[in-house]
Structure formats: structure tokens, C-alpha cells
Design a protein around this ligand. Sequence first.
Ligand code: HEC
Ligand code: HEC
Ligand code: HEC
Ligand code: HEC
Length: 448
Amino acid sequence: MKKLIGVLLAVLVIGLLVRPASAGDKLGSAPYEKYETPENCGESCHTDFYRQWQQAMMSQAYTHRWDEIEYFKLAVPQAEKDEKVAEVKAGCNGCHAPLAFLAGDIPPPKPAENSRANESVSCDLCHSVTGFVGDTPYNFNWITEPGEIKYGPRETGDAPAHEIRKSDFLGTAEFCGTCHNEKSPYGAWVKSTHLEWKEGPYAAEGVVCQDCHMTRALLATAEMSEEAYPDARLHLFHGAHDPGKIRGTVELRIYPDIVEAAPGETVTFSVALFNQKAGHKFPTGSVEDRILWLHVEAVDDAGNTFHLPVDAKGFDGEEYTIAADVLAYQDMGIALDQPDFAGVQRDGVPIGDRIFRMPYFDPQGRMTIQQWNTASLGPDYRLGPRETKIETYTFVLPADIAAGKLNITATLNYQLLVRPVQEFLDVPAEESAIVVVNTYTTTIEVRP
Ligand code: HEC
Ligand code: HEC
Ligand code: HEC
Ligand code: HEC
């Protein structure tokens, strides 16, 4: 019996020893000094990668003004009074300031203090990752092994500054998924870019995140290296903050059911939206903030403009996908100590326009932009990878419409952050600048 207990104990101890560190175990497990600074990697050797990374959101994940506002103004204050979401005070940093999380420097000094938290998602963080814990990458469950060895895509022999070990993991979508999938403390999938990709056509074809966000080009990967590789991965990580990446993501076409009509007659316009560019849904990622909406207008021969509201389809929760004059985001009042906060306008776009979104709800069932305070998700009305959605617009030609050409224009607009929230929280206006994804015009003839 004693022997058996001994064996069981040994199994337990070994089990504990070999069990990979979970997200929680990582908190406070490694001082900043274990990781190289990006300047060290970049200034003398990896100049090109460093310049690319510096311009990417990856190098600003902690310092970007909207991130700072959301973390310090909303997340930390709520985490300090609401036990259920207490974990996010540290947790946000697991993805946005991983070195601060590993150092246990929580909350990290504000960006203005210029601490090492500002390194955000740094070179050495990514190049020390060797795998992830469990079956599904999410909530920063990467495994980090900092030190002399840097992991990369090829066997090139050691560099003067460090050893190099080939690892296939960095080239997988799962690596990206460790930070690009997120589950809220209530168990809701509040970020699922990798999961969306996985069930879409690109995963099946072996097209990974890196193929679209770290495109291949002929580049010498280090200053002293004599050889340039034709398949070096640019570290640009262009995403939603790059208007050029957003533009053209969706193709638009409009077709009318009849090409000639008289005043009083009804014409139905169908708008087809094809997601030709994104490897996941659009919008993806911080879906709670993003807004993508279709605005349709008709202009008659005399220049009169008519705004066409979308025809409802009748699915459950559709009211969240048609711009309306309602208030939302009341749960910002928790952090701001305004328990009776009435909320702000939900959409800030023309009423009646179709919105492609998935609403997030707080535990009270109110729409929220606070993904950590999200208990459930509403209807997912986004554009899947290579998906085409058709929206219809029924237009009864007004009695006084001018005869001649009637131009119908559909415009698909995008904002990173709904404008009423941007204004309320004093976030820099560029965060709600309108980016036109695409536009298309068709013409019918109005008979006198
Ligand atoms: C978000 C994670 C991430 C960050 C941050 C990052 N890298 Fe990379 N890096 C990658 C990935 C992914 C690859 C390609 C891996 C593959 O294709 O298997 C790569 C490849 C490389 C390579 C190998 C190039 C080649 O083609 O042989 C070097 C060198 C490199 N990175 C240096 C850097 C430097 C320097 C920085 C900081 C300025 C940096 N990386 C920041 C993820 C990252
Ligand atoms: C350690 C966590 C982490 C890993 C690993 C990671 N990312 Fe990110 N990534 C982030 C964070 C945090 C941001 C957000 C920056 C911000 O806007 O605050 C981001 C931003 C981005 C953006 C820019 C989004 C925008 O809005 O413009 C792209 C694109 C991106 N990542 C792609 C990738 C790809 C591809 C990989 C895998 C090679 C990857 N990421 C791996 C944490 C990570
Ligand atoms: C076929 C090309 C393609 C593939 C594959 C792809 N993306 Fe994207 N990605 C895009 C395009 C285009 C956009 C801009 C439209 C949008 O925001 O969805 C984008 C946007 C993003 C954004 C910005 C989202 C936001 O709102 O901040 C992130 C982050 C991102 N991708 C990460 C990933 C990750 C992680 C993977 C792999 C799991 C991946 N992408 C696979 C094309 C791709
Ligand atoms: C599992 C990783 C992860 C965690 C945890 C996480 N984030 Fe993020 N966050 C990201 C990634 C990746 C992006 C950017 C790309 C996207 O939109 O998908 C992002 C984007 C954002 C943005 C939008 C930035 C912009 O400019 O549009 C804000 C704000 C933000 N996060 C704040 C927070 C706060 C506050 C917390 C904690 C409550 C948090 N995040 C927790 C990964 C994470």
C-alpha cells in the first residue's frame, strides 16, 4: 500500500513538473531582463524587420491611445470592484504587454512612463515561443522559453548574438491564435479570428495568417547576412488600422428587378456583397468596437436624393443589425462610477442602414463594447471568408420623382470604433475615421 501511494505521489509530482505552464502560472514568472529589447535586435542586425515592426500595431499594442484609455479608464476600475472580471487587470497584458505580464508588473506603468511594458508584442516574445498549452490557442496560452536560443523558420547556423533553432510553430496559424482568440471571464468567445479562419476555406487550402499579414518578399533578414531570401516574411502585420488593407475587402454590385419604372411603381434593388479578401470574418477581432455598414441612396435626374433603408429579413436579433435611434453601452457606468448611466447612441450611422456585426451583451443583456464584461453574443451577421450576402432595398418611386436617369449608389463604410463611444471616451478621432470599403452605382430609367 505504502509503495502504491509512493508511486502515485511520484506520478503526481512528475505530472506537475512536466505540465506546461498555464496562462495563470506565467504571471510573474520571468523578469523583464530575460528578454532582449527590440532595439537590441533591431538597431544593428535586423534593421529592416525592426523598421517594419515599429510601424505595425504589434509594437503599439500597449501604448496605442485607445488601448490605454480602455485599459485604464474602463477595465482596471471594473476589475477592482467586480470579482467576476478581476482577472483582466493582469490578463489584458498577457496579449498587449506580455513582458509586463510575465514580470508580474501589474498594472504596468502608464505608457508615458516609458517602461518596458511599452515594448508591447516584441521580437523576443514571439521568437521565444515554442508551442501552446492545450488543444485550442486562446487567451495567451503560448509557451515561452526565453534565452540564448531564438526560434525561426530556418536552419541557418548560429548568429553572433544568439543561437538559432528552427521551429515550425511560428509559421502556423495556431501561433497567431494564442492572442487572436479570446474568451471572456463569462466564457464567451469575444475574439475568434483564428477560429473563424479555421472553419473557413483558407484553412482548408493551407493559406495561413502569415500569407496575408506577413507577406513574403526578397529580403536580407539581417544586416550582416550576405544572402537575401526570396521568402522572408515582412513584419508589417497590416490589419484594420491600415485603410489600404480594409479598402476592397468586399466587392459590391447592385442589380434592379426592373430597369424602367414610372412614379408610384416599386423597384427592388439587390446589393451583393462578396468578401473577397479577408481570411476570416469581416469585421473580425475587436468586433465589439468595429462597425461596417451599407448605405444606399438614389439620386434622380433633378439631383434629389432619397435614402433607402434596408429591407428587414426577419431573423432573431436582427434589430441589432439595422441602425436605430437607441442607446447602448450602459455598462461603461460601472467603471465610471455612474450606476445610472443612460448609455450613448448605439451606432452613430444613418438610421435604417444595414450593419454587419455581432453584438456583445453584458450580464444584464445590454449591448457592450467591453469584451471582458461580455456574457453572451447576439446574431453573427458578419461577412464570412468568401461569403456573399445579398441585401434588398424596396423603393416605391415617389410621385414627384424627376423623369430620366435614377442613379442608385451603395457604399460600404467601416469604422474601427463606433463614433458615439469614441466621442464619449475622448478617444483620438482617427479611431472613428470613416474608411470606404467599396462603392458601386447602377442606373435605371424613370418614365415621365
Ligand atoms: C507577432 C510575432 C512576431 C514578432 C513581434 C516578431 N516576429 Fe520575427 N517572425 C515571426 C514569424 C511568424 C516569422 C516567420 C516564421 C515562419 O515563416 O515560419 C518570423 C521570422 C523572423 C526572422 C527569420 C527571417 C527568415 O526569413 O529567415 C527573423 C530574423 C525575425 N523574424 C526577426 C524579428 C525581429 C528582429 C523582430 C522585432 C523587430 C521580430 N522578428 C518580431 C513572428 C514575429
Ligand atoms: C503575444 C500576442 C500576439 C501574438 C502571438 C500575435 N499577435 Fe497580432 N496582435 C496582438 C495585439 C495585442 C494586437 C493589437 C494591437 C492594438 O491594436 O492594440 C495585434 C495586432 C495585430 C494586427 C493588426 C491589427 C490592426 O488592427 O491593424 C495584425 C494584422 C496581427 N496582429 C496579426 C498577427 C499574426 C499574423 C500573428 C501570427 C504570426 C500574430 N498577430 C500574433 C497580439 C499578438
Ligand atoms: C486571405 C488573406 C487573409 C488571411 C489568410 C488572414 N487574414 Fe487577417 N485580414 C485580412 C484582411 C483583408 C483584413 C482586413 C479586413 C478585416 O478587418 O477583416 C484582415 C484583418 C485582420 C485583422 C484586423 C482585425 C481588426 O479589426 O483589428 C487581424 C487582427 C487579422 N486579420 C488577423 C489574422 C489572423 C490571426 C489570421 C489567421 C488566423 C488571419 N488574419 C488570416 C486578410 C487575411
Ligand atoms: C487573448 C489576447 C487578448 C487579450 C486577453 C486582450 N486583448 Fe485586446 N486585443 C487583442 C488583439 C489581438 C487585438 C487587435 C486585433 C483585433 O482587433 O483582433 C486587440 C485589440 C484591442 C483594442 C482595440 C485597439 C484598436 O485600436 O482598435 C483594445 C482597446 C483592446 N484590445 C483592449 C483590451 C483590454 C482593455 C483588454 C483586457 C480587458 C484586452 N484588450 C485583452 C488581444 C487581446
